[in-house]
Design a protein around this ligand. Structure first.
Ligand SMILES: C[S@@+](CC[C@H](N)C(=O)[O-])C[C@H]1O[C@@H](n2cnc3c(N)ncnc32)[C@H](O)[C@@H]1O
Length: 240
């Protein structure tokens, strides 16, 4: 992880809402769920904790936030303290979650799984979810297979080993035992620039300008491959 330049740049910039659609997508997706204050929700790969903070404020339920990066966690801690939110924050690896079986009502993972051993992380989510629990994940998908020479720079830049099509994601979710898997295409509305929906930044001190170039490179790749590389919101549950 620490040798992943893209994730390190996000951590140093302290980008909140570092997933496609940002907080706007999160809010509209979670509004469709029946979340109540008795629920236990895990934000896995929480980054600076923008989503965890939103869930705790909006639904007053029990929120746990976990990330592998100490830099991200410091910023999440800062955010939760400033808002006085009782969120349990923990350093950990989503491939090996430090929680018992059947523990959470919902796991939220926004732009996280692709950076890990995908099959292991999904199996862990399934393990820690209660039988009626829900996994909600936002993930990059390949719309069409790319030739090797086009795939390689993307894999190298994001430090990931593979990019999956929607069908490949679905198959992996089914393989670990999720029984109902829905994939939603989300169109980011144009002009959606309300301040609370834009990413927020919690910059580390003395960030070298080279790290800004990494974020710029991400923007360029996204534009270059906008027809081929998109994302889906996956909602996976254990019952039909
Ligand atoms: C693209 S960022 C998204 C952060 C946050 N979900 C958001 O939308 O702002 C990916 C996050 O996943 C975390 N991450 C990557 N691999 C991880 C792992 N194996 N275990 C826990 N966190 C991980 C990174 O540290 C980073 O904070």
């Amino acid at each position: 992880m620490e040798n992943n330049r893209y994730l390190e740049a996000l951590a140093l910039m302290g980008v909140g809402g570092a997933h496609p659609g940002g907080l706007h997508l999160t809010k509209s997706r979670l509004a469709a769920e029946n979340i109540d204050s008795r629920m236990a929700i895990l934000e896995a790969g929480c980054g600076t904790g923008q989503t965890a903070a939103y869930i705790a404020e909006q639904f007053q339920c029990h929120v746990t936030a976990l990330d592998a990066s100490e830099t991200m966690l410091e910023k999440a801690r800062e955010r939760f303290l400033a808002k006085n939110l009782p969120i349990e924050l923990r350093q950990g690896n989503i491939e090996n979650l430090p929680y018992p079986h059947d523990h959470f009502d919902m796991v939220v993972a926004e732009s996280v799984i692709v950076f890990t051993d995908i099959a292991r992380s999904i199996a862990e989510f399934k393990r820690v979810l209660k039988p009626d629990g829900v996994l909600y994940a936002v993930e990059m998908v390949l719309e069409n297979k790319l030739p090797e020479h086009e795939m390689k720079p993307i894999l190298d830049f994001y430090g990931v080993t593979r990019l999956l099509t929607e069908t490949e994601w679905r198959n992996l979710f089914y393989h670990v035992g999720f029984q109902d898997v829905r994939a939603e295409v989300f169109t980011i509305p144009s002009g959606k620039t309300g301040l609370d929906n834009t990413p927020d930044f919690l910059l580390s001190e003395n960030v070298d300008s080279g790290w800004f170039d990494v974020i710029q490179e991400h923007e360029e790749l996204t534009t270059l491959y906008e027809e081929r590389l998109d994302f889906r919101i996956f909602r996976c549950s254990l019952d039909n």
